[in-house]
Every structure is written in C-alpha cells, then in structure tokens.
Design a protein around this ligand. Structure first.
Ligand code: FES
Length: 204
C-alpha cells in the first residue's frame, strides 16, 4: 500500500483521520443523543388509564346534565382539574351503539373551536361557548358557530355502585370514537388523517 510500512493495512494518515473522526462522532453523540431522548421520549410514553369516581348513578339523571369536577393532570394542582357534564344515557336520543363505557354520557366542557369552557344552559338544552358563540345541542353536537366537531367525551363505567370517569376520547359528527384530538381538529372525512392521534393518548 503506498505510504504504508511493510505489513501495515492502513496508513498512519488514514489511521489518524479515522481516530479523529471517531472521537468527533462520540463527542457529538454524547450531547445530542440525551437531548433527542429528552425531546422525544414523552411522545412514546402512554398515559396511564385512570378511573375517577364521581358519585352514585342517582346523582346523574338522563334529562339534564350534572357537573362533576375531575382531575386531568394531577401534577399541576387546581389547574389540572376540569368539569365534565354527565347524564344517564337515554336510548331515545343516544343512537350511538351502547357498550360498557357509555351507560352514562360524560361530555368535556372544552369547546372544540379553540378550547374555551362551554356552559350548559338547561332552559335551551344547549351548550354555549362564550368566546366566539359556539353552540352545541343536547348531545354535544355543534349546531352553530365555529366548532369543528362535537364536544369530546369521557369513557364511563359503574363500579361498586359509583360512576367512574375514565380517559377522554374525541368523536366525529356521527359520534364515532377516535383517540383524543386537540380543539380545532376536525374528524370528519379527511380530517381524521390530517390530524392523526398522538401515541400517548390512544383510545381505550
Ligand atoms: S372557543 Fe368556543 S367558539 Fe371559539
């Protein structure tokens, strides 16, 4: 080999080049890999499924909504609490298929336009958003204003005589379930593909 002593398989110049490049790669990796891990690890962490008791079934009749305060992020104190609107399922109006998770309907109070808290007005049987005039009907389906999909819902179940509220999920206008999305992300038609679910919040 030109430039090498007899018996050598690599020149000293190449050996020094490879050594310097290898040291450079190790040095760069030592601070980029931890940073990448720190940035992307939460993306692949699945949130635990938590069920919170909110009271006996008798507290939640089917002809109106009763509010329940639930915790959606236990690490940030009062800011991690939110209100769910809960009522007993009414087969006369709740036409989506019944299963073990919807004997009680629990709606999120977060508007699906930009996330303001909606308020249920009993006399009108409507949810009203104070921010931009979003209006939802009794089932949480938009009937006016800018919201792009129905109010999100929570899984519910009855255990030991108490209603429990579980994870949140999103629905399209047919009330088909989807993994939770953020406000402003439509789920009808191509919307479900334009706004894919996050791994951390897959539906049950
Ligand atoms: S945030 Fe509710 S209508 Fe805009």
């Amino acid at each position: 080999m030109p430039g090498a002593f007899e018996g050598e398989t690599v020149t000293r110049r190449n050996f020094m080049n490879l050594t310097a490049q290898g040291a450079g790669i190790i040095a760069v990796a030592s601070f980029t890999l931890p940073a990448l891990g720190f940035a992307f690890a939460p993306v692949f962490t699945r949130e635990p499924v938590v069920w919170q008791p909110i009271g006996p079934p008798s507290m939640f009749p089917g002809n109106t909504y009763t509010t329940a305060v639930i915790t959606i992020d236990p690490d940030i104190g009062q800011a991690g609490k939110t209100i769910a609107y809960v009522r007993k399922r009414d087969p006369g109006i709740d036409t989506e298929p019944e299963d073990q998770y919807n004997h009680f309907v629990a709606l999120s109070s977060r508007c699906m336009h930009l996330g303001c808290p909606v308020r249920y007005v009993d006399a009108a049987e409507r949810f009203i958003c104070p921010c931009h005039g979003g209006v939802y009907n009794f089932r949480g389906i938009p009937v006016g204003g800018p919201p792009v999909r129905p109010l999100d819902r929570f899984y519910t179940r009855v255990e030991d005589g108490l209603i429990q509220i579980g994870p949140r999920y999103s629905v399209n206008f047919e009330l088909h379930r989807f993994s939770p999305r953020d406000p402003g992300e439509p789920l009808n038609g191509i919307g479900q593909f334009l706004y894919p679910a996050r791994f951390s919040t897959a539906k049950l």
